[in-house]
Design a protein around this ligand. Structure first.
Ligand SMILES: [Zn+2]
Length: 299
C-alpha cells in the first residue's frame, strides 16, 4: 500500500494535465482538467487578458471577446464537493463579442485560499464551466468537403477534444484520414503543376494500392506540391508522424490530445487549400474562355 501522502502527491501530478498561458487556458483548455496557468497578474480582477479569440455562437465566426467583469459565486473556502480544499471558490468571468455583444461566461476554480489575490503566480486552476459551450460544428471548409459521416466523425472528435479525451479524439480523426485519403489524393492531382503531375499521379496510383492511410501518406508525402507546403511545414508529414505515434505507442489522453490537434489542423489545412486552389483554377479557366470568345468576336 502506498502511504497516503505519497499517493496524494502522485495523484496531484497525474491531475496536472499540462501548463497553459492565461489566454490558452480560456481559449482552448478542456473542462474539468486541472491546469497550471501562467497568470498575467495575481489578482482575480487582472489575471486574464482583456481580450480573447473564440468562435462566436451568434456570428458563427472567430471573434474577439472583451472581458467585461467577474464575480465570485461563494466568498468562502470550498471544501466539501471537491478534492481541492484550499480554493477561493468559483469565479465567473464575463466576456462580450466585439461585433454582436453576445456574452461568453467561464467559471473557474483556482487552487488558492486568498479571496482577492491568487496566492501563486502559476496556480492550478480548473475550468468548471463555459456558456455557451464551444461549437462542435466542423468549420465551413470541412462541411463543404466531407460527407455526412465524415462531418459526424469530425464533430465527435471535437467533443472528445473539448472534454480532454485525447485517445478518443485521435481515434475519430484517424478514421477520417482512413476514409478520405484516397479521394483527397485524387483531388490533389489537379493542383499539382503540370511538369510534376505525371510523377505525382504515379505516386497516387501506388498509394491507392496500399492498405493503410499511414502507408499511403508515406508514399506521397515527399511529393506534395509546394503550394500545399507553407514554409517548411508539410501537413502530410505531420499527419504521418501523428498516425505512426498515437495509440500504438501507448499514448495517454494528454499525448493524444496533441496528436489529435495536429491531425485535425493539418487535415483542415490541406482540404481547405485544395478546395481554394481548385476553385481559383476553375475561375481562371472560365475567365480565359470568356476572354478568348470575346477576342474571336472582335476579329
Ligand atoms: Zn458575435
Amino acid at each position: 500500500m502506498m502511504e497516503p501522502d505519497k499517493q496524494g502527491e502522485k495523484l496531484k501530478k497525474l491531475e496536472i494535465a499540462y501548463e497553459a498561458t492565461a489566454r490558452e487556458f480560456l481559449e482552448t483548455a478542456p473542462l474539468y482538467k486541472r491546469i497550471a496557468i501562467n497568470l498575467l497578474q495575481q489578482t482575480v480582477a487582472r489575471c486574464f487578458p482583456s481580450g480573447i479569440s473564440k468562435n462566436c455562437y451568434q456570428c458563427k465566426e472567430i471573434r474577439t471577446f472583451s472581458l467585461k467583469g467577474y464575480r465570485h459565486f461563494f466568498r468562502e473556502r470550498l471544501d466539501v464537493t471537491t478534492k481541492i480544499v484550499d480554493a477561493l471558490g468559483p469565479v465567473g468571468y464575463y466576456f462580450e463579442c466585439g461585433i454582436c455583444t453576445t456574452q461568453l461566461v467561464f467559471t473557474i476554480l483556482f487552487d488558492s485560499e486568498d479571496i482577492e489575490k491568487i496566492a501563486a503566480k502559476r496556480p492550478l486552476a480548473t475550468k468548471i464551466g463555459q456558456f455557451p459551450k464551444d461549437s462542435i460544428l466542423p468549420p465551413k471548409s470541412i462541411r463543404d468537403n466531407l460527407n455526412t459521416s465524415g462531418q459526424r466523425l469530425w464533430s465527435q472528435g471535437l467533443i472528445c477534444e473539448k472534454n480532454g479525451l485525447g485517445i478518443g479524439a485521435f481515434a475519430y480523426y484517424r478514421q477520417i484520414v482512413e476514409d478520405e485519403i484516397d479521394r483527397l489524393l485524387d483531388k490533389i492531382v489537379a493542383v499539382v503543376p503540370e511538369g510534376d503531375r505525371e510523377t505525382f499521379k504515379e505516386k497516387v496510383s501506388e498509394a491507392h494500392r496500399a492498405n493503410r492511410a499511414s502507408e499511403k501518406i508515406d508514399i506521397v508525402k515527399d511529393f506534395l506540391p509546394s503550394s500545399l507546403r507553407p514554409g517548411s511545414y508539410n501537413p502530410f508529414a505531420s499527419i504521418y508522424g501523428a498516425l505512426s505515434g498515437g495509440i500504438h505507442s501507448g499514448g495517454t489522453d494528454e499525448v493524444c490530445l496533441g496528436l489529435a490537434a495536429t491531425v485535425r489542423d493539418s487535415l483542415e489545412y490541406i482540404i481547405d487549400q485544395v478546395r481554394q486552389q481548385t476553385d481559383l483554377a476553375d475561375k481562371f479557366v472560365k475567365h480565359s474562355h470568356i476572354l478568348l470568345g470575346n477576342s474571336k468576336k472582335d476579329k
